[in-house]
Design a protein around this ligand. Structure first.
Ligand code: MN3
Length: 202
């Protein structure tokens, strides 16, 4: 069964003005679709064919650069669309909010750490909030389309939130001002979705 691209869970213009419609259409319809198509090509005739995305990522060091880049690209974007919402913004609540406070001191401090991780990732990559292998929340970042599920990642764990800092994620609206994009995106983060990911990852 080949991997498939699902439709966005909201309209392409739903995250405006923070993320513009054209960026969403190109990002989802061209970039994410490209990762899905290239992943299906890259696994063809290898033992990755028929495996789940998570299984491929956990053993990604066994596979080609094409499998690494495109399995990461598919996983990362699937997560990205799911943690954004036109009804997002605000702050986490409940058990997840308590865990944030205990790990980072405050929600503001978590945001600062995520923005730093995104701003200082040289070139293309991702900033992550993960549940690490000791069950603790941590902020980390990865280059290119790598992610913390991969056996090659410096810091491993389960991502519950990620920010795409590739230029394709923000350049049309924000040009070279990555920090402005990193500020704006928090207006459309679905913290309920992140809290659900946290509960499942723990
Ligand atoms: Mn992207």
């Amino acid at each position: 069964m080949a991997f498939e691209l699902k439709a966005l869970p909201y309209a392409a213009d739903a995250l405006e003005p923070h993320i513009d419609k054209e960026t969403m259409n190109i990002h989802h319809g061209k970039h994410h679709q490209g990762y899905v198509n290239n992943l299906n090509k890259a696994i063809e005739g290898t033992d990755a064919e028929g495996k789940s995305l998570e299984e491929i990522l956990k053993n990604v060091s066994k596979y080609s650069a094409g499998v690494r880049n495109n399995s990461g690209g598919h996983y990362n974007h699937k997560l990205f669309w799911s943690i954004l919402s036109p009804n997002g913004g605000g702050e986490p609540t409940g058990e997840f909010a308590e865990a944030v406070k205990s790990a980072f001191g405050s929600f503001e401090e978590l945001k600062t750490k995520l923005k730093e991780a995104g701003a200082t990732r040289f070139g293309s990559g991702w900033a992550w909030l993960i549940v690490d292998n000791n069950g603790k929340l941590a902020v980390t970042s990865t280059p290119n389309q790598d992610n913390p599920v991969m056996d090659v990642a410096e810091v491993q764990g389960t991502p519950i939130f990620g920010i795409d800092v590739w230029e394709h994620a923000y350049y049309l609206k924000y040009q070279n001002k990555r920090p402005d994009y990193l500020e704006a995106i928090f207006n459309v983060v679905d913290w309920e979705a992140v809290a659900k990911n946290f509960a499942e990852a723990k």
